[in-house]
Design a protein around this ligand. Sequence first.
Ligand code: CMC
Length: 492
Amino acid sequence: MTEAAAKVEKAKLTLPDGREHEMTCYRSTIGKDICLIDIRDLYSKVNAFTYDPGFTCTASCASAITYLDGDKGICLYRGYAVADLCRHYDYTDVCHLLLNGDLPTEAERVDFVNMIEDHMMVHERFKEFFKVFRMNAHPMAIMVSASAALSSFYSESMEWSNEEHRESSAINLVAKMPTLAAMAYKSSIGEPIVYPRAGLSYAANFLRMMFATPMKEYVPNPVHVRAIDRFLTIHADHEQNASTSTVRIAGSSQANPFACVAAGIACLWGPAHGGANEAVLKMLADIGTVENIQQFVTDVKNKKDGVRLMGFGHRVYKTYDPRAVYMRELCKEVFDGLEYYDPQLAIAQELEKIALSDEYFKKRNLYPNVDFYSGLILRAIGIPTSMFTVMFALGRSLGWITHWMEMVGSGQMRIGRPRQLYQGVVERTVPAPAPLPTAMPSSRDISRPTTADEPARKVSSATAGITRRMSGIRLASKKSADMTGMHPTVPT
Ligand code: CMC
């Protein structure tokens, strides 16, 4: 969608002093009942800002990638329902769709898959990079660093204003993420790194890099491969979520794409976002048995220790998350295909049933989200819990880089810089420093502010070197620094 293409209407704002301000309204190409009021000239015209913590009612950009309808439970990638893409297309087709706007033709598919395959290996020196992490380091900690480190290996082709560089960065990122994710895992368990191999699908290659060892080749299980492929598609994008918005904000400062994606991975890590899939399994383990569910639900409703029903609720969806609907379908497919049994599935299903019939959850429109069943699927495949959020990052890196490409390519590069509602103390005068002990005259000279009869030039040149030396003393002993009275605390 471009702003020019959107239908233009007007809205009027009346300010407390009676002034009126007319604003343009936009409508998206779908979901036309929502009016998007353009407030960009609010400050320059009427000296006002808007206040919207958590951006609950604020559109930060114009985008043509993903469309969500939270009331109807719709999620479309470039116009296609995400669950239908999962049922009929591979993840690499979806990569082509998001990056290029359309599903590939047969010829395009072959070229695209070859191009991804050609870029899957990472620089050999990258192996050294992984050695610095301690054993058992969380793979997400490694992933944040590894994606940022891509910018040190591929620095010659990441100029944001160069279209070819942007495309090369996107392909490099999508192709290398499974390699980096598997390397992060192998490093965390102390096993040798396994290289990608030509001729395997994206998902099969990833699973082989995770589970093959120099001792034993990995034989792809089609149920595992299909499930990972679909998992990646369902997580590929979700419009302006917290991590994608983080990537866009980082990109707006013209930071390189790999650094922006590193910022996105860091944001994804939290349990309110991508960390929820890991948190769901922990929650199911804590509940332990079906008999304990009712007590857990009571604790959630009473907000005991801030406990939440993980894998439930969503900022946008006020009905079933369509991705959760598909994940439940995939969960059944995987469990049946593997003839697998997990006692936690019964707990999850009962928990869902109880929550969906409870007034607390009904009143707040809390339904299962994408993370409710995804952990059970990953565990059935043998993915360790510590890798769950990495799996989310692996799929979502496609969305992050697609948004970065769109933002840069469509010239939406104005730096992200929100305002604030200041709630602090009003301006006041810095209090005069307390009298200093006479025992240390030299320190006293240094810390005293310049006075009218003591020219600033003279003091600053005299103090520069001494301040450096004194800061060494300060670091060595806070106590002695406190005694010198050099750093009186400004009361707040
Ligand atoms: N369990 C219990 N209560 C909840 C939950 C939950 N999972 N989610 C929201 N609520 C309650 C919340 O306590 C509040 O109640 P009240 O009005 O009495 O204070 C009300 O519902 C509104 O909650 P909110 O925190 O204002 O809603 P939000 O839109 O800011 O938060 C959310 C969205 C996803 C962070 C939240 O629903 C949550 O914490 N869910 C659990 C974590 C989770 O599953 N996250 C994965 C999200 S989907 C994957 C992704 O895209 O990141």
